[in-house]
Design a protein around this ligand. Structure first.
Ligand code: CUA
Length: 397
């Protein structure tokens, strides 16, 4: 152990420095990995200005760190205790130093404050022209997304077009949540303005941004809202204008009933290809015929789902499931995850969720096979019935 009065052992100093360098290098390497919630990889204008401010402040703090360490190291070495060294000269106050270390931090604080305030104002609500408005509604513990222009609704996985401004209008159905997509922007609170007294206009919080990269970006509730706060994720799918339009069209009119088409699709295609020549230089090619075989399990699941109380809370476009208090399940099979971003969207995970949602997300309001949830009694579904419903839901695409 090094005591204060010991002369500095240059060997241990060197090994300490070596350890620090290795630690820094390893920390640097780990940034190369796949971090879908990275806040240093901006993919929208909003995230970009936040990132620039962060980098600015990083350099200022690094400057402070370097100055402090250099001065500290100099003093430690230059004025270290030596055997028989005399008592150092005692100083009480040094006008020059006092002024220097008051002014220098003040300058740095101003240098950080000015761009911070600029960024705060530049990310405040304005109304970008041609923006797509998306209502974001926080629930315990999932996210609802509504497109007021088309009336379409989805849950936990919202689609938006790339390079077009999008205005997220935030609110909550119960407690305060916070919308945060590290690579796109946030955080901003989703407040329970819907429970305001009658006659009082709601004051929404907004986030305006223009995503500039195609991809799937992970979001997360960033305001403690209850026992499953940390399990309240979502995805933002940024895609081309065409893909977005196609997705919206499918959401409006999904194929909710996969029906058998003849396996002989290849023959049909040949027939069509032999259709009378219209004289066009372009050869007529028949569109690919969708071949979805009737799966008895899916059929059984469909019947069960639409007879059960599921339909009281959930909504599936084009069916009798018209509930609006639980996640909209239209096109559920296309989502990458279920349970608000917690599980990969597989039939096995759907089964686990339907069977016992609270095992995955404590406090979830959906009842399980054997456990009540929210105000609902247990569903009493057998494992086979659960499998059928999972197969049906997974087929919704
Ligand atoms: Cu919702 Cu935390």
């Amino acid at each position: 152990m090094i005591r204060v009065s010991d002369p500095i052992d240059m060997k241990s100093l060197r090994s300490l420095l070596g350890t620090l360098v290795v630690a820094l290098l390893t920390a640097g390497c780990s940034l190369e990995g796949d971090y879908p919630q990275s806040s240093v990889a901006p993919a929208s204008d909003f995230a970009q200005v936040i990132h620039e401010l962060y980098v600015d402040i990083f350099w200022w703090t690094l400057l402070i760190l370097v100055v402090v360490w250099v001065v500290l190291a100099y003093i430690l070495i230059r004025f270290r205790a030596r055997p028989d060294s005399p008592k150092p000269k005692q100083i009480h106050g040094h006008m020059g130093l006092e002024i220097a270390w008051t002014i220098a931090p003040a300058i740095i604080v101003v240098a950080i404050t000015v761009p911070t305030i600029q960024t705060v104002f530049s990310t405040q609500p304005s109304d970008p022209e041609g923006a797509l408005v998306v209502d974001v509604i926080g629930h315990l513990y999932w996210w609802e997304f509504r497109y007021p222009d088309t009336g379409l609704i989805t849950a936990n996985e919202v689609h938006v077009p790339v390079d077009r401004p999008v205005s997220f209008r935030l609110s909550s159905d119960d407690v305060i949540h916070s919308f945060w997509v590290p690579m796109l922007g946030g955080k901003r609170d989703a407040n329970p303005i819907r429970v305001r007294p009658e006659g009082v206009d709601p004051t929404y919080s907004w986030i305006h941004m223009t995503p500039n990269q195609v991809g799937t970006f992970w979001g997360q509730c960033a305001e403690f809202c209850g026992e499953s706060h940390s399990l309240m994720g979502f995805r933002v799918v940024v895609e081309s204008e065409e893909d977005f339009a196609a997705w919206q069209a499918d959401l409006a009119e999904p194929v909710v009933a996969p029906t058998a088409t003849a396996e002989a699709s290849a023959d049909d295609a040949e027939v069509d290809a032999d259709a009378p020549d219209t004289g066009d230089a372009q050869e007529t090619v028949a569109p690919p015929v969708q071949t979805v075989a009737i799966d008895p399990l899916i059929e059984q699941g469909r019947e069960l789902f639409h007879q059960q109380t599921c339909v009281a809370c959930h909504y599936i476009e084009g069916t009798n499931a018209q509930g609006l208090i639980a996640p909209n399940l239209t096109l559920l099979g296309r989502r990458s995850t279920i349970a608000a971003g917690m599980l990969e969207n597989t039939i096995e995970n759907l089964e686990a969720w339907i069977k016992a949602p609270q095992d995955i997300k404590p406090g979830a309001l959906m009842p399980g096979s054997a456990v009540a949830g929210g105000n609902w009694p247990a569903t009493n579904l057998t494992d086979d019935q659960v499998s059928a419903i999972a197969a049906y839901l997974h087929s919704l695409r």
